[in-house]
Write a protein of this length. Structure first.
Lengths: 281, 325
């Protein structure tokens, strides 16, 4: 893109950009400010909501970590995230390799079909899956989510990895196989070392997906000790009509910032997946 | 690859149909088996936890199954008939379409502007990109909590700003009340739900469009500029047609994510005030899980399927077009 020619143009464009940035970040800024606000500051409508009219305090964070189940939610989400990532990798890597190399002509079509499964939203399936989860005795435990989440992450991950494997020249494996490697060894010694960035993108995508998911987590789990962050924070940290606003907003922003940073680093990969490889990210 | 080598070395061999060596055939069979084994777990997972539940949803919708009563007696289309006649359902159906379509219209306009800005080079670009992607990267249930405070009936920072600049309060344009009660009034509550959807989908649409814009060949743009075309002419007559397939993909993904979402309405309004911001997925949850009538909930949720199917087909088409382009 060309440099902007005149100053008025520049000011207009950057002004517009600032507006967009403010729109995107405003809720997080408010969360961050309110995290450290004292009650007598926050709950007086005439106080400036963007400044500290009373000295900032750590009481809200103390309440969040010591007076609520927040750390339990965080632990549950971490356990679910790690296990779902592992299941996804174990299942999606071979499937993607199979579609990219072994399945021949129908591999591409099957890949697209698998990708389309990703578009089936939880809101269509949560009612029958609730029955399934009860039937296998996993309701009201985090294991129900460990079981079900891969059904969302495997399709997209398989699609993403398939694109990766295809971009690796066939000749490399064939040369290795001529040298006496089996297909399996060629895969582990030649293809996998070249695919780490794809694997990492899948890890990031799957982990954030488990953090984001709300519908299944809300439906399958009803006891506080088994809740995840995405459901536990909006449901459990509001007691009756009493909102512990600062702790609530703190709980949200503590998760948002690190996830945002990691997500940002792998954005291009995920975009390439979304645009179905039509655009090289 | 091997075929082309053979062609070059001995073109007469190609005349014979499929001159496969025994070793080649053995390898192909072996790899076919391996391909199937590699693919089987993924297919099994999808069949068991997506395919079968989908047919279960259809089965539930024509029976009288509830959370408490597991026996499934066939009742035909009774559930559909019953849910369709309620005003809550009708409002939810209308809202689901309305929210999704209005959100996409706003998003695609804003994303085009934002993507054009973001494909330029400027200092602090990484930080700007980070801020802009945050709403999409954050769990939406947590992001919406921030909006819940911003739109609060008593402490809304927007209200405070409006009061300071003399637009809200007694004897002002938006007065006389000191608060706008964003989530308590029909139009404002609907607007609030759309606002949060736009906030959340805009980053996705923007990054997809950015990918599209950077894929437009630079020499094409240079050529157009040498020919004396203005910026707006280059944009609307050269760039836009080229990125149209990718734009439609961004649009369709946004449509699916908004259309099937229940989180924003759940956290922000619970469908209220009354049922003015109710949407199909949330109404299905209230009926099926909260109310315990699995069959009615399944019937309501199934109404989103035809739209999803149509959008999925459109995505496939645009993807094919963009591959050609």
């Amino acid at each position: 893109m060309k440099e902007l020619k005149s100053w008025p143009q520049r000011i207009m464009v950057y002004g517009l950009l600032l507006l967009f940035v403010f729109f995107a970040a405003a809720p997080f800024l408010i969360m961050l400010i309110n995290t450290f606000k004292a009650d007598q500051d926050l709950y007086r409508p005439q106080n400036n909501p963007f400044l500290y009219n009373f000295p900032p305090t750590l009481d809200n964070l103390r309440l969040l970590f010591e007076g609520t189940n927040y750390l339990v939610f965080v632990r549950n989400s971490m356990i679910i995230g790690v296990l779902v990532v592992l299941i996804t990798l174990v299942i999606a890597i071979p499937a993607a390799y199979s579609l990219a190399r072994l399945a021949g002509r129908w591999g591409e079509r099957a890949g697209i079909m698998i990708f389309l499964v990703y578009l089936v939203p939880p809101t269509l399936l949560f009612i029958p899956l609730f029955r399934v989860v009860v039937a296998v005795g996993l309701n009201d435990t985090i294991w129900s989510l460990v079981l079900v989440y891969p059904s969302i992450s495997i399709p997209f991950s398989t699609w993403l990895l398939m694109g990766f494997f295809k971009s690796i020249p066939r000749d490399l494996e064939e040369a290795a196989m001529v040298d006496g490697y089996s297909r399996m060894m060629a895969f582990f010694r030649v293809v996998m070392p070249l695919s780490w960035s794809g694997v990492i993108a899948v890890i990031v995508f799957t982990f954030t997906l488990t953090l984001h998911e709300f519908v299944y987590a809300l439906t399958f789990i009803s006891s506080s000790a088994q809740r995840t962050i995405s459901v536990g924070v909006p449901i459990e940290l509001v007691r009756g009509d009493v909102f512990f606003w600062q702790s609530l907003l703190a709980a949200a922003v503590i998760v948002a910032i690190p996830v945002g940073i990691v997500y940002n680093m792998f954005l291009d990969r995920l975009v390439a997946g979304f645009t179905m490889g039509a655009v090289k990210g | 690859m091997t075929e082309t080598v053979e062609e070059a070395v001995a073109p007469d061999l190609v005349a014979y149909p499929a001159p496969e060596t025994p070793r080649g055939r053995y390898l192909a069979d072996h790899e076919g088996l391996m391909g199937t084994l590699f693919l089987a777990p993924a297919v099994l997972y999808i069949v068991l936890l997506v395919g079968i539940p989908f047919f279960l949803a259809i089965a539930f919708s024509v029976t009288d199954v509830t959370v408490g009563n597991t026996s499934m007696d066939f009742v035909g289309l009774d559930n559909f008939r019953r849910v369709v006649t309620t005003p809550q359902f009708r409002r939810a159906l209308l809202n689901t379409f309305f929210f999704a379509v209005v959100t996409q219209i706003i998003v695609i306009i804003l994303a085009n502007i934002l993507a054009l800005i973001m494909t330029r080079d400027f200092p602090g670009k990484w930080l700007a990109r980070f801020a802009i992607i945050l709403p999409w990267a954050t769990p939406i249930s947590l992001g919406t909590i921030g909006w819940l405070w911003i739109l609060d009936s008593k402490f809304s920072p927007i209200d405070w700003v409006l009061q300071q600049i003399g637009l809200l309060g007694p004897d002002t344009l938006l007065g006389p009340g000191r608060h706008l009660l964003y989530l308590g009034r029909e139009e404002l509550a609907m607007g609030s739900v759309i606002l949060v959807h736009v906030w959340r989908i805009l980053p996705l649409a923007t990054v997809i469009l950015m990918a599209g814009l950077t894929s437009v060949p630079q020499d094409l743009l240079d050529q157009a500029e040498v020919d004396g075309a203005s910026f707006s002419r280059i944009h609307f007559q050269v760039v836009l047609p080229l990125i149209l397939p990718i734009m439609s993909i961004a649009l369709l993904f946004g449509l699916i994510f908004t259309f099937s979402d229940m989180v924003v309405a759940f956290v922000l309004t619970r469908g209220g005030p009354v049922y003015y911001t109710q949407v199909l997925p949330l109404w299905a949850w209230f009926k099926g899980i909260d109310g315990g009538s699995l069959s009615e909930g399944a019937a309501i949720a199934l109404f989103i399927f035809p739209v999803l199917l149509a959008v999925a087909i459109l995505i496939l088409r645009s993807a094919r077009r963009s591959e050609v382009a």
